[in-house]
Ligand binder design. Structure first.
Ligand code: SF4
Ligand code: SF4
Length: 69
């Protein structure tokens, strides 16, 4: 299993999230899980492509540079 190297990782603000499911639907890697508690990203397989952030209607997903603390 290869390690994913990415420049950015998606970080969800679950207070903003309206549980629409777009991020789960559009993630090409299938790494997003929408639960009753909010959105969970599986960072083991996320490539940091940013599609989930682009498809979020309320801007709840922010792409944060890896290693930025
Ligand atoms: S950044 Fe890309 S791979 Fe990662 S969770 Fe979002 S859509 Fe999926
Ligand atoms: S696309 Fe945005 S609002 Fe919709 S479930 Fe994902 S994080 Fe929440």
């Amino acid at each position: 299993m290869s390690q994913v190297v990415r420049a950015f990782r998606p970080v969800v603000d679950n207070d903003k999230c309206i549980r629409c499911g777009n991020c789960q639907t559009f993630c090409p890697e299938g790494t997003v899980l929408l639960t009753g508690e909010g959105v969970i990203h599986d960072y083991r397989y996320c490539t940091g492509c940013g599609i989930c952030a682009n498809e979020c209607p309320v801007g709840a997903i922010e792409m944060v540079r890896e290693g930025a603390g």
